[in-house]
Design a protein around this ligand. Structure first.
Ligand code: SF4
Length: 349
C-alpha cells in the first residue's frame, strides 16, 4: 500500500509502530494474567496494531504458559490503526480483551489497554533539534507534543526544554486524547497552545504533517528519535494534492458518502447532513475503507466521514476523488476554496 502512495511516510501502514529499533516491549503479561484469573476467563482476545501483529503469536504463547490449559487465546486478524479501531466482534465474545499499542480513547472495563511505550532515548535527538528550533532568546515559547508511544518520557522532554530556557506550552486536547501533549493522526487539539513553534517528538512524519496542516500558522519541528533525524514539517506537496482532489471532484454528480462502522470512526451526523442535502449522494457503510472495496461503485467521487488519514494519505490510491467532509463542501460550491483545512476528528463514541 505505502509504496504506491505519494506520501509513503504518512501512510497508515507506517504509523510509527513499525520501528527500526529492535526493542523489548513490556506486554504487561502480569496485569493480563491477573484479569484472566479474576474473571475466571475462558476466552481471551488480543488485538495488535498492524506493525506489531507479528509479535502476537509469541505473546499468545507466553500467556498460554501462564494460564490454565482451558484458556483459549485468540488473535484479532482485523486491521488496526488506532484506539478508534477496536475489534468489537472479538471484544464481545471474549471474557478478557486486550488492545495493545494505543492509549485508551475511552475507558471501559471491557478493554485492557497495554500502551507499549517506546524505550528509545529522546535526549540526543532533542539536543539536535535545538539547531532547528528558534532559540529561546528570540522565541521563548515552544509547544510540546508527542504520541502515546513516547508519553512515558513527556516529563523528561519538558524538563529538557525548560533547562534550555524555553517556556514550554502544553495542554490536554479533548476527550479523544488520554494524555496532556498527546496527538493522534486525526486530532491535534493538544497543540492549540500559545506558541508559534511546536516541537513534535516521535517517530515518522505521519503525525507532524497532520499537525502542520491543522496549524498552518505554526512551525512544526520534528525530532524523530526512531529514525534519528530532525526536520521541519512541510505540507506543500500534501496540500497541493488536496486541492487537486477537490478540483477533480467539482464536476462530480454521483457521490458516495462513506460512513465508517469502526467504533471510533463514525460521524453519523456529518454523513446524514450530506445525504439530506444532496439527492445524488448515497450513503455507503463499511469498516475498512480501501480502494478495492469502492472500485465497483459507480460514483464520480467519494466523501469519507471515517478516518481523515485514509482520505489525506491514501486518497491518490482510490479510482475516484476521495474528499474529507470539509473538502466536499468546497467541491459542491457551499464553501470557498480557501476554506480548505485539515480534517480533524473529535469526541469518542
Ligand atoms: S481515526 Fe484517528 S486515531 Fe483512528 S486511525 Fe484514523 S487517525 Fe488514527
Amino acid at each position: 500500500m505505502s509504496n504506491e502512495s505519494a506520501y509513503s511516510e504518512g501512510d497508515l501502514r507506517n504509523t510509527g509502530m513499525a520501528l527500526k529499533h529492535d526493542r523489548e516491549w513490556d506486554y504487561e503479561l502480569e496485569r493480563i494474567v491477573d484479569a484472566i484469573e479474576e474473571r475466571d476467563a475462558e476466552t481471551v482476545g488480543l488485538q495488535f496494531p498492524e506493525g506489531l501483529k507479528r509479535r502476537g503469536p509469541k505473546v499468545a504463547d507466553d500467556l498460554r504458559e501462564l494460564t490454565d490449559e482451558g484458556t483459549t487465546i485468540m488473535l484479532s486478524g482485523q486491521p488496526c490503526y488506532g484506539a478508534c479501531d477496536l475489534d468489537t466482534y472479538l471484544m464481545k465474545r471474549t471474557d478478557v480483551f486486550v488492545h495493545f499499542g494505543h492509549s485508551p480513547m475511552k475507558n471501559t472495563d471491557k478493554v485492557i489497554y497495554v500502551p507499549l511505550f517506546s524505550n528509545v532515548e529522546i535526549r540526543p535527538i532533542m539536543e539536535e533539534s535545538l539547531d532547528t528550533l528558534a532559540p529561546p532568546e528570540e522565541t521563548p515559547g515552544v509547544g510540546l507534543v508527542t504520541t502515546a508511544q513516547h508519553m512515558n518520557r513527556f516529563d523528561e522532554m519538558r524538563e529538557f526544554l525548560e533547562g534550555e530556557g524555553y517556556e514550554v506550552h502544553t495542554r490536554r486536547g479533548d476527550d479523544r486524547l488520554t494524555h496532556e501533549g498527546q496527538v493522534l493522526g486525526c486530532n491535534y487539539a493538544s497543540a492549540d497552545v500559545e506558541a508559534d513553534q511546536i516541537l513534535y517528538v516521535g517517530g515518522g512524519k505521519f503525525h507532524p504533517l497532520g499537525l502542520a496542516m491543522e496549524h498552518p500558522e505554526k512551525t512544526v519541528v520534528i525530532a524523530d528519535p526512531v529514525n534519528n533525524v530532525v526536520t521541519v514539517a512541510d505540507t506543500e506537496k500534501f496540500m497541493k494534492q488536496r486541492y487537486g482532489a477537490v478540483h477533480r471532484a467539482m464536476d462530480a454528480e454521483k457521490w458516495g458518502v462513506i460512513f465508517c462502522t469502526k467504533i471510533g470512526q463514525g460521524r453519523w451526523e456529518t454523513a446524514q447532513e450530506i445525504i439530506a442535502d444532496n439527492d445524488d449522494a448515497y450513503l455507503i457503510t463499511m469498516d475498512e475503507v480501501t480502494p478495492d472495496r469502492l472500485q465497483n461503485f459507480d460514483m464520480d467521487a467519494f466523501v469519507n466521514t471515517g478516518c481523515p488519514r485514509i482520505t489525506t494519505d491514501d486518497g491518490p490510491r482510490f479510482h475516484k476523488p476521495m474528499l474529507t467532509p470539509g473538502e466536499y463542501e468546497i467541491a459542491v460550491g457551499n464553501e470557498p476554496l480557501d476554506s480548505l483545512e485539515f480534517d480533524t476528528f473529535h469526541g469518542t463514541w
